[in-house]
Design a protein around this ligand. Structure first.
Ligand SMILES: *Cc1c(COP(=O)(O)O)cnc(C)c1O
Ligand SMILES: [Zn+2]
Length: 421
């Protein structure tokens, strides 16, 4: 089923077996960088079994396992699915017109089982955990990862522990608890990772997510994100987009998408590669900062409170840096106002309510166009990573004063005119 051969360091090339390695490459780790590990496959064999035609014939109901040869789970019985993936790619003509891009596409990841793209990660990470025979899964999460890990752990019949933030949105908390996770809010981000590290090292927790600085994380889960890249290529008629704009924190999504299209390219299934663009909030922006450094390093930044709380982190990963560098891409910083404006634009023009963090991708597209960094004809895909239903609290003020009337036509007419013009 799988053709996975082993793990490899992205930085020094050292190879390892397909083991429980979650803290990056020990060989080349230094104070500036700890590199991520990536799964390698037997591409010569895959070339003989996988083609455009083979992929096209497979049902979208297979979830991420539609691309099982390129995922690291060998026993089909462990391949968990809640029907993730195969999400819609929408040609967004109205938002496109407003921001000056004729070929703007939205990849709507809010259509996943727990309403975020993290489900692709969890499907693979937890399935691989079953192969390792894990007894408890754990994640440190501001919300989406926690909800997703909780759901896939429930499906796997394995208990999950989620360490979250005290300000976690009520909806996210509700999801995690409903799926049966043991949820604990920890007062500091560093503290969450310390506790998680102890749980992993001393109590056998299986980390479906990251807990080290810089984030090295679960290399198997990241493989799930490759399926976004595979789907995009097929949905565009076996073409790569010119740009993929991905809301970015640790850059696991960014790297996974890049890696997926690169694999299809190396297998001869697509003949060009995308430029990878990270969208980060001004309130954080560690990848942006890292790309400014003359020598290869992972910068740390101070963060502020942000409407884009899913992507307002203080540190990013080595693989994020590699995805932008290898694809000749970059990071775009967007302000709180630009993010909220993009969120409203997508909802009112396309009927999709994306999480504010997700809308950062469209805010970045607008900015790139304004700054002349992208042509009007370029094929640009903005990944909408999660649903706006997760953080409606953002809009509480806006929603507070909806007009109320007695059931009289004159009153209705009056408020339609005065309130909605
Ligand atoms: C996790 C998350 C991201 C960022 O993903 P990374 O892989 O950490 O860069 C973006 N958007 C949303 C909604 C998320 O939950
Ligand atoms: Zn290394």
């Amino acid at each position: 089923m799988s053709y996975a051969l082993g793990l490899r360091c992205l930085r020094c090339g050292q190879r390892y077996g397909l083991g429980m390695m979650f803290e990056g490459c020990p060989k080349c780790a230094d104070p500036d960088i700890v590199s991520n590990l990536v799964v390698d496959y037997d591409y010569e064999k895959i070339r003989n079994v996988l083609s455009r035609e083979v992929v096209s014939r497979r049902s979208s109901r297979l979830g991420v396992w539609r691309y099982r040869e390129l995922l690291p789970v060998s026993d089909e019985r462990h391949a968990l699915s809640l029907g993730e993936g195969s999400t819609a790619l929408l040609h967004s003509t109205s938002v496109g017109r407003k921001i000056g891009l004729r070929n703007l596409y939205l990849k709507d990841e809010s259509r996943n089982p727990t309403w975020s793209f993290k489900d692709r990660f969890s499907a693979v990470a937890i399935s691989k955990g079953l192969e390792f025979g894990v007894k408890t899964t754990a994640a440190a999460s501001t919300g989406n990862l926690g909800a997703s890990v909780a759901a896939y752990s429930a499906k796997a019949g394995v208990p999950s522990i989620i360490l979250t933030i005290p300000t976690v949105p009520f909806t996210m908390l509700g999801l995690m608890r409903a799926y049966g996770a043991k949820v604990v809010a920890v007062t500091t981000p560093a503290g969450r990772w310390e506790l998680m590290s102890k749980g992993v090292r001393e109590y056998g927790w299986y980390p479906a997510g990251t807990y080290t600085t810089p984030p090295t994380g679960n290399p198997y889960g990241v493989q799930g994100y490759k399926t976004i890249g595979y789907e995009l290529v097929e949905q565009l008629g076996w073409r790569s987009p010119d740009y993929i704009i991905q809301p970015t924190a640790y850059g696991e999504g960014l790297f996974g998408e890049w890696r997926g299209i690169k694999e299809f390219y190396d297998l001869g299934m697509v003949d060009s590669l995308p430029v990878m663009v990270a969208a980060e909030p001004e309130a954080g922006g560690p990848l942006y900062r890292s790309t400014l450094e003359p020598r290869e390093t992972i910068a740390r930044v101070q963060t502020k409170k942000s409407v884009a709380f899913s992507i307002a982190g203080s540190v990013t990963s080595y693989q994020a840096l590699r995805a932008v560098k290898d694809s000749k891409g970059y990071s775009v910083l967007v302000s709180e106002e630009e993010i909220l404006e993009a969120q409203s634009l997508i909802a009112s023009c396309e009927g999709i309510l994306a999480e504010a963090s997700s809308a950062a991708s469209v805010a970045a597209a607008k900015k790139m166009r304004e700054e002349g960094r992208v042509d009007a004809d370029a094929v640009v895909v903005c990944v909408l990573t999660s649903s706006g239903l997760k953080d409606l609290e953002n809009r509480r003020e806006q929603l507070a004063n909806i007009p109320t009337v007695e059931p009289r036509w004159e009153d209705l007419e009056r408020v339609l005119q005065t309130y909605y013009a």
